[in-house]
Design a protein around this ligand. Structure first.
Ligand code: ADP
Ligand code: MG
Length: 259
């Protein structure tokens, strides 16, 4: 599943790492693939990603096996990550002339998942996209079956969404027929404002039951957690932010059963 929205700062990375941690806490084995050169997901999972560290850049450009870069997060057993270094910024350009440039992540993931020893497989792979619609995001869409779109409950929230939907449709037509937008998560929801309620209503009208009932509130604890190299799930497990991500993850597991 890939977490995408070409807008920056809407909660993609926060959602990817916290849903991943909540799923791992519930007993699943989860892999987070960091496809953003900023490496924010790697930071939140305490996975080393200083420039020069072998990471997703090497997987995409030099064909290094994913198995060589995947590391377990020290805070949550069963939660693993493939780090992004700042070198990944160059990959956007370096991918252009390469053979099968849109399929590089998919190939690496398929090889990796197929070669997992008994009992060491993964139940869920979450890919954290950069805030753009370039080749890194295209690789993420081609590698995934499902798209999770976090939508920030603010003015302009819906702007750009039709472009995102259109791009997913283009990927479906040309590169990955199996891709679908399965899940929408409302983030930075403020129950006190009419704006949040209005955005939520519009999103629900448009996407129906693909919108998770759980909405993620704006929470200082959520934004503090990454500076401690943690997700809010371990940083402050009883905070409203942590509980809302746990609830969203539970709804995603039910969603899967009912599909
Ligand atoms: P993106 O990956 O889409 O760019 P991030 O997940 O990095 O967005 O979030 C952008 C900023 O907002 C980060 O500083 C993050 O800590 C903060 N943030 C995300 N979700 C919340 C939330 N629910 N409450 C408060 N701050 C949040
Ligand atoms: Mg991000």
């Amino acid at each position: 599943m890939t977490v995408a929205n070409q807008k920056g700062g809407v909660g993609k990375t926060t959602t990817a790492v916290n849903i991943a941690a909540a799923m791992a806490d519930a007993g699943l084995r989860v892999l987070v693939v960091d496809m953003d050169p900023q490496g924010n997901a790697s930071t939140a999972l305490s996975i080393p990603h200083a420039s020069g560290t072998t990471g997703i850049y090497d997987v995409l450009i030099d064909g290094v096996p994913l198995a060589d870069v995947v590391v377990e997060s020290p805070h949550v057993p069963g939660l693993f990550g493939a780090p992004a270094t700042i070198d990944l910024a160059g990959a956007e350009i370096e991918l252009v002339p390469l053979v099968a440039r849109e399929n590089r992540l998919r190939r690496a993931l398929t090889t990796f998942l197929q070669s997992r020893p008994e009992g060491r497989g993964f139940d869920l792979v979450l890919i954290d996209c950069p805030p753009s619609l370039g080749l890194l995001t295209v690789n993420s869409f081609v590698a995934a079956d499902e798209v999770l779109i976090p939508i920030q409950c603010e003015y302009y929230a819906l702007e750009g969404l039709s472009q995102l939907v259109k791009n997913v449709e283009l990927i479906q037509q040309h590169l990955n027929a199996g891709l679908r937008i399965s899940t929408i998560l409302l983030t930075m929801y403020d129950a006190r404002t009419r704006l949040s309620a209005e955005v939520a209503q519009q999103v629900r009208e448009h996407f129906g039951d693909r919108v998770l009932r759980a909405a993620i509130p704006r929470s200082v604890r959520i934004s503090e957690a990454p500076s401690h190299g943690e997700t809010v799930i371990t940083y402050d497990p009883t905070s409203t932010g942590a509980l809302s991500y746990v609830e969203a993850a539970a709804q995603m597991r039910q969603q899967e059963v009912s599909v």
